[in-house]
Design a protein around this ligand. Structure first.
Ligand SMILES: Cc1cc2nc3c(=O)[nH]c(=O)nc-3n(C[C@H](O)[C@H](O)[C@H](O)COP(=O)(O)OP(=O)(O)OC[C@H]3O[C@@H](n4cnc5c(N)ncnc54)[C@H](O)[C@@H]3O)c2cc1C
Length: 449
């Protein structure tokens, strides 16, 4: 490997690369440290070289040289993935995409390069009176390419569904990892060949994403006397006529991790965190009142910033885990999907069954054309055996568990091998060099010599 890395450095004349061990260690990590299981499993994994191409031409030279030298390659955007997706299992090269960040906005859509930070894309869309359809709560650090390759949905999904839903991402351009890299265009349903493939089957270079007319969003907190009332409200608020960008119920047990909110989210109440378009606020407030709750906060972006409060979406999705871990390292988390139709009674039974072992927040979302409820609860970590037992107990209730403590696509959310993605890998990564170890569907004999 060392000889091949030295040859790569020669081939990269003029392209920025780094081999400082400290930098390599940090760029070989992502947010897998949420999981004590993955922390142990991945602790020694480090790449040999970090390469930061500035444009498509440099990217093509890096891809060609890595293919020729048969070097393992891990793509890296913002490095905010949770399952060690950016951790190089077999050393080799990290290609960081952050400088490939051009954005072109048109009415109804944008063409954006992979390394564009999602917040920048949102700002570019807003400058034209539009907004992106959805973003992870890591808006300020995650890239659009990393979101497509490693993410699922997030803030905005209550209105527009998830990344996988038709029309949300309409084109993806992929560069192959070959001696003479080619560009392949995937359109509409074809994009599923690379969506959520963890960077195993081609370098995503550019994509077209749909935009919607910009709304005047308010960050909203509604307080309820008990968590069941918050869940019932959430269930009732999953309606197309309520203009929402976020709808999350959060147990009062999270309040100590969100002390910035003070009386807006006191330890005495369970809460709904939402983003509501200004025009829909009266209807939202009336529905809150019908469920026995009251609004404690409704602020614009500017007001939230001036008050030095966190945006509502940082009390949702996986940001809740981050905030809890900042104060108490004993937590980890799980990812669940509740069966349809959502049963508040079933959700409350789990709340009671696990008591202080699990703190709950539920994400209300549209996915695959239907409203559904997901959860990313905090789990008090005892050991891997107890974590596996909790998983089994929850699955026994018919609730889906997307294992967050494994590194392959299949063992996590996907469950089965996606043969279309593997077939595409044979075309886009014929030597089997990309993010090795992250898909069980790729067998060594598939690799072209
Ligand atoms: C606090 C927190 C909250 C989160 N909330 C959400 C959420 O709401 N919804 C959600 O879906 N996820 C969420 N995530 C997970 C993650 O932040 C998102 O999926 C994010 O969009 C990943 O973007 P990134 O640029 O950081 O990707 P990275 O972590 O850099 O990469 C993710 C994967 O994509 C691959 N990749 C990156 N660029 C390319 C490319 N150009 N071509 C091919 N493969 C590539 C990488 O190899 C890796 O496998 C959260 C994570 C954290 C830590």
């Amino acid at each position: 490997m060392n000889d091949r890395i030295e040859s790569l450095k020669q081939a990269l004349a003029g392209i920025e690369w780094h081999d400082d061990p400290g930098l390599l260690r940090s760029k070989s990590k992502d947010f897998h440290w949420y999981s004590p299981v993955l922390t142990e499993l991945l602790q020694d994994k480090t790449a040999d070289l970090l390469v930061q191409p500035r444009d498509m031409d440099e990217l093509r030279r890096v891809a060609a040289a890595c293919a020729r030298l048969r070097l393992p390659v891990t793509l890296r955007g913002g490095g905010t993935g949770n399952y060690g997706q950016c951790v190089p299992m077999e050393r080799g090269v990290i290609i960081e995409t952050l400088r490939l960040d051009a954005v072109q906005v048109r009415p109804g859509s944008a063409t954006v390069q992979t390394g564009c930070i999602i917040e920048r894309l949102e700002q570019a869309a807003r400058a034209t009176g539009q907004e992106i359809l959805m973003f992870p709560s890591t808006l300020t650090d995650a890239t659009i390419g990393g979101f497509i390759s490693g993410g699922f949905g997030g803030v905005g999904s209550i209105r527009h569904g998830v990344l996988k839903d038709p029309g949300n991402v309409t084109r993806i351009q992929v560069m192959t990892l070959e001696e003479a890299p080619r560009l392949i265009e995937l359109r509409d349903a074809e994009i599923q060949k690379v969506h959520h493939a963890f960077g195993t089957n081609g370098i995503i270079t550019e994509m077209d994403v749909k935009l919607a007319p910009a709304e005047d969003w308010r960050h909203v907190i509604a307080l309820f006397d008990d968590y069941e009332a918050a869940l019932r409200f959430g269930q009732a608020a999953m309606r197309p006529d309520l203009p929402l960008r976020l709808l999350t119920s959060v147990e009062r047990s999270f309040a100590p991790y969100y002390t910035q909110y003070g009386e807006y989210f006191p330890e005495s109440h369970d809460a709904i965190f939402a983003m509501v378009a200004a025009a829909g606020l009266p209807a939202f407030e009336a529905l809150v009142a019908q469920h026995g709750g009251r609004l404690s906060l409704a602020m614009t972006d500017a007001e939230i910033a001036a008050a030095q409060l966190l945006p509502a979406y940082e009390c949702a999705y996986n940001h809740t885990t981050l905030m809890a871990l900042k104060k108490d390292k004993a937590w980890t988390y799980m990812q669940l999907a509740f069966p349809q139709p959502f049963s508040v009674a079933q959700a409350m039974a789990l709340v009671h069954e696990f008591g202080h072992e699990i703190y709950w927040h539920h994400e209300f979302s549209l996915a695959y054309g239907e409203y559904g409820v997901f959860a990313i609860p905090l789990v008090s970590y005892f050991d891997a055996e107890r974590l596996a037992e909790i998983k089994q107990l929850i699955e026994a209730q018919g609730v889906g568990v997307f294992d967050a403590h494994v590194i392959t696509i299949e063992d996590g959310g996907m469950k089965t091998i996606d043969t279309a993605q593997i077939d595409f890998k044979k075309i886009a990564d014929p030597h089997g060099l990309m993010n090795p170890g992250k898909t069980r569907g790729w067998l060594p004999e598939y690799a072209r010599p």
